[in-house]
Write a protein that binds this ligand. Structure first.
Ligand code: ATP
Ligand code: MG
Length: 474
């Protein structure tokens, strides 16, 4: 394999805006190029030696180092890969550490008692150390477009593709080079060898890090057809890293976006969590709207946000607040974000039901139910989130009414979230009756003063139901 020195690559312009990636920039200066044969395609492998990049073992989880060392001891290859290498090169702190190896899932499992094989579509091994999980994946290999493996390498489970190109199963194992080109984005396909301390780059990942560009590996439309979730990943990483999207990658999105409808609601919900709870929800939402992908997650919300600036402000503010809470290390719940994203649809439907004669509480209750069951067709929202969402919505009416039960409401376990939601509605200009300020003051009063204050409050008028006369004919 020939090796050549190439001129220094300067990364002085690498401007990292996020907190995660806020540390220094110029990590690697020169690289060696090797020609590698990967299947029938020759890829150029760049090797960056230890003294030319900023990755230090000190910043790598001890457990990940242990896993790689034991794999190597078993005569297997083992590399750190994916987000960890990307974030370390950008000077940040990875949130998890993934390892790639040529050992099959069974071979990995045999090496670690604290491991289990998971997944069917994509079999991987989780090695568990207390609360930390090191995800170990076997190098993926090439397969033909008809879904049959074109290699006979150690693949006990093969790949399977739908007629539209969707990869239903991807368990064809291969070499490191093949694995690199089967990954999603160039910046996610960098490998770090914890023994030689070198970084391996087969797909121009380094230059895309330098250009601050999110670029899909291979033909974008084909890769999106194989797995439409990659479109959401493009948006997620563009938002997280504050990178631009490569024009060819972006150009394939409109044509492939409808394929997201084929993705199971459970997987989309997992992806929703990654998109909105990673600390970059506001920018992510903006990009999902820009690339017209939001409708595959929240079809009911898209039109409301397009035509109603107050609704858009409310949702933006909710996302911005969540990002801020994550930066401040405060707890966040997807229930609050979901409540905000679906509120415009709930409020609209409740208004419609009231106009048709329903009592306000009944209207909000049945609007909540309808919107949640509609949303569940795209995202399978677990009950532990949908129940608090409903409470937050239904509470709005009670907060607007105040009344003699105010002291009890303040004690309710959902009060805080519902009150924050009311403030959000006021901040966006949806309601302007000063209820938020009233509750802000009220909740801090001593109990006796609370009681005094509510004794002056008028009881809200409730509509009496007319007793229905029993029919005598039935
Ligand atoms: P982070 O963990 O910081 O969110 P990550 O890049 O590690 O980012 P993961 O979802 O943990 O993302 O995935 C690990 C790696 O697996 C990715 O970096 C990528 O190389 C590969 N990968 C994940 N999902 C896909 C996919 N849908 N198609 C191809 N490769 C993927
Ligand atoms: Mg990861």
């Amino acid at each position: 394999m020939g090796e050549t020195m190439v001129s220094p690559v300067l990364f002085a312009l690498l401007r990292i805006s996020s907190r995660l990636l806020s540390v220094p920039t110029s990590c690697w200066h020169c690289v060696r190029l090797r020609k590698v044969n990967s299947g029938n395609k020759a890829t150029r492998l760049k090797v960056i030696p230890r003294d030319q990049h900023c990755i230090s073992r000190q910043n790598i989880s001890d457990n990940a180092l242990k896993v790689m060392s034991r794999l190597r001891g078993g005569d297997y290859q083992a590399y750190l890969v994916g987000g960890a290498v990307r974030d370390l090169l950008l000077g940040g702190h990875p949130k998890d550490f993934d390892v790639a190896t040529d050992a099959t899932p069974e071979q990995v499992h045999a090496l670690f008692r604290n491991s289990r094989i998971i997944g069917r579509r994509f079999r991987i091994v989780h090695v568990q150390f207390g609360r930390e999980i090191i995800e170990v994946t076997t190098f993926r290999g090439h397969h033909d477009s008809d879904g049959e493996a074109n290699t006979d390498k150690r693949s006990s489970h093969h790949s399977h593709q739908s007629s539209s190109g969707l990869l239903l199963r991807d368990n064809v194992f291969g070499t490191l080079e093949e694995d690199a080109v089967r990954r999603d984005l160039t910046v996610n396909a960098l490998y770090y060898d914890s023994k030689s301390f070198e970084v391996f780059d087969h797909v121009h990942g380094l230059s895309d890090l330098e250009r601050r560009t999110i670029c899909i590996i291979g033909d974008p439309a084909t890769r999106f057809r194989e797995d439409p979730v990659r479109m959401l990943r493009v948006v997620r990483f563009a938002a997280k890293l504050d990178f631009k999207v490569d024009p060819d990658t972006a150009a394939a999105i409109p044509e492939c976006a409808p394929l997201l409808a084929e993705i199971p609601a459970a997987r989309l919900f997992d992806e929703f969590l990654k998109l909105f709870l990673g600390g970059y929800a506001q920018r992510t939402l903006q990009l999902l709207q820009e690339y017209q992908l939001l409708g595959y997650l929240f079809p009911d919300s898209v039109q409301h946000l397009e035509r109603d600036t107050i609704a858009q402000t409310l949702v933006d503010t909710a996302m911005r607040n969540t990002d801020q809470r994550i930066r401040d290390d405060k707890p966040v719940t997807p229930a609050f974000q979901l409540a905000a994203l679906l509120w415009p649809a709930v409020a609209d439907l409740a208004r419609e039901l009231r106009e048709r004669g329903e009592a306000p509480m009944v209207a909000i209750h049945s609007a909540s139910q309808q919107v949640i069951s509609q949303a569940a067709q795209n995202l399978s929202i677990p009950k532990r989130f949908s129940l608090p969402m409903r409470d937050i919505w239904e509470f709005q009416l009670r907060l607007e009414r105040r009344g003699r039960k105010a002291a009890e409401l303040v004690q309710h376990r959902r009060f805080r979230a519902a009150y924050d939601f009311l403030l959000l509605r006021e901040e966006s200009g949806e309601v302007a009756d000063g209820h938020g300020a009233w509750w802000t003051e009220f909740q801090d009063l001593p109990e006796n003063q609370q009681l005094l204050q509510i004794s002056h409050e008028k009881e809200p008028r409730t509509r009496r139901r007319r007793k229905r006369r029993r029919s005598t004919t039935s």
